[in-house]
Design a protein around this ligand. Sequence first.
Ligand code: C5P
Length: 312
Amino acid sequence: MTKTLVIEAPAKINLMLDIKEKRSDGYHELETIMHQIDLVDRIYIKKDSRISVNSNSQEIPNDSSNLAYKAAQLILQTYGCGEGADIFIEKNIPVGAGLAGGSTDAAAVLKGINILYNYDISHENLAHISARIGSDVPFCLQGNPRIMMDEALEKESLKAKNKNGITGATCVARGRGELLTPLQTRFMPWILLVKPDFQLSTAEVYGKFKMENVHIIPDLNAFIKAWEIYDIIELSHYCENVLETVSAILYPEIMQIKENLEALGAVKATMSGSGPAVFGIFSQPEDALKAQQVMKQSYSETYLVSSYGRGD
Ligand code: C5P
């Protein structure tokens, strides 16, 4: 029987995003806080003689333009001896939303193939490969996602893999996004995510960014201080994203969603990454539940989520 490894691939939100400068290589020098949430894709991986990618979504490609395919190609070419992988993506994370859906699938494929083929590649070497796939992939490699295997025999060794608990990551990311400083694990229970009915291209949003349009400069140090003392209300005040100066101007609906979430009781609502997904942080469960009901009427892609993993 062919074993199937199943690994969760959590989405991320950018709790804060600042751009320091445009670099000579065309990328933007970032200072951002990335945080994994419990909106997950599930990646099913089987050993095979060639690489194939399939999914339950019409919105993602099945060829080498899929980051999961690229990840499989890179790891198998570098560490394999001609083997392949049969990959199925159960897509739950909205596509083109600023939630790193493609990047997290790629990171899960790297982790999954490493386990399935017993390559024993160090985290450092996986991180090196991940940076070649995309700027968000190194972050997505952080944390300990849930991993399952469909054969009883493997259960014991997987228990070992999951032994540190299922934990999500939070990091300060600098450089292109690949230079990571992990922050302490903090659990935010009430995050309402709203994705309007359009997608944005990351390259286009960054391409239109102009420093002179930024009027609120995110305060990383104040955010980290509030994070360390676990003051969710205080840290929410520092959730700012300078890319809103592009995306929310192109699509005023983004600003409208932010205003709606805050009117419904969010301590703060901010766009994630290059957008258009917006998250609202709530301190009161009843506000979050009510806001979910209201936003769902206008936006089918409304998700009430929390931070990924509680160490369980
Ligand atoms: O690295 P990745 O391929 O995910 O980035 C997509 C695009 O987003 C890049 O081609 C670039 O235009 C833009 N980008 C950027 N600065 C970053 C990350 C991404 O300009 N730090």
